[in-house]
Write a protein that binds this ligand. Structure first.
Ligand SMILES: [Fe+2]
Length: 240
């Protein structure tokens, strides 16, 4: 059994939706092509646990996806039940935009689930790529060059004290911005200092890199550029 199939099986076991055809489940492939629509349910990883080696080791990917991220998804459903949020009729993004009205448990787990669902899609196996087309032009215009953008983004990740995320966002004025957020907060949240639509997110929690990189977060960030899925980021940018 491939890791991908294993993760699908774990997903079905966790969610109890084995009787539902996977083809009708919401997917990030769809979400990449629409402005809204991240499912409350953890989606299968789009690649095997080993697919991002050597940048991200197999054990880190497996623990990260099947334990850390799966727990956020489970706790999100618990928070929804406790706070009368119906996952079938509510947009997850709307919960995030109004997160100040919910509990800390909802903030941590709704953010944690969304951030990880985005993170898996922001990466892909294969040869390193670069942004192209309109996104490449916008990055050049906003940051001076792709290299200057990478430096600024990496600094945001390195300088985030403790746990959190580095982001490339499109703000409400349709400007690209780089920044970071603590814990599992994200730029969609009404309480976030950095506001906008996240286009690219980097998990800088130690659980994302410690087995391979230990205290060397900068090395993790440097290598991470080799697995960024710029096709996905570009689609998100061009649809907004
Ligand atoms: Fe994580």
């Amino acid at each position: 059994m491939t890791n991908h199939n294993r993760s699908r099986r774990a997903f079905l076991k966790t969610t109890g939706v084995a009787g539902i055809g996977l083809s009708i489940l919401p997917s990030w492939a769809d979400a990449a092509n629409s402005a809204e629509g991240v499912s409350f349910i953890q989606q299968p990883l789009p690649y095997d646990y080993k697919a991002l080696e050597p940048v991200i080791d197999t054990m880190t990917m497996e623990i990260h996806y099947s334990r850390h991220a799966a727990t956020y998804a489970k706790n999100l459903m618990d928070a929804c039940a406790a706070e009368n949020v119906n996952p079938t009729s509510t947009r997850l993004e709307d919960v995030l935009r109004n997160i100040s009205k919910y509990s800390p448990k909802m903030r941590n787990n709704c953010g944690g689930h969304y951030n990880h669902e985005l993170f898996w899609q922001c990466m892909k196996p294969g040869v390193p790529s670069k942004p192209e087309g309109k996104l490449a032009a916008a990055i050049d215009q906003s940051f001076g060059s792709f290299e200057a953008f990478k430096t600024q983004f990496a600094e945001a990740g390195k300088n985030r004290f403790g746990s959190g995320w580095a982001w490339l966002v499109l703000n409400n004025d349709k400007k690209l911005m780089v920044g970071s957020s603590p814990n599992q907060d994200n730029p969609l949240m009404d309480i976030s200092e950095l506001k906008g639509t996240p286009l690219l997110g980097l998990d800088v929690w130690e659980h994302a890199y410690y087995l391979k990189y230990q205290n060397k977060r900068p090395d993790y960030i440097t290598n991470w550029w080799n697995v960024v899925n710029w096709d996905f980021v570009q689609k998100r940018y061009e649809l907004r």
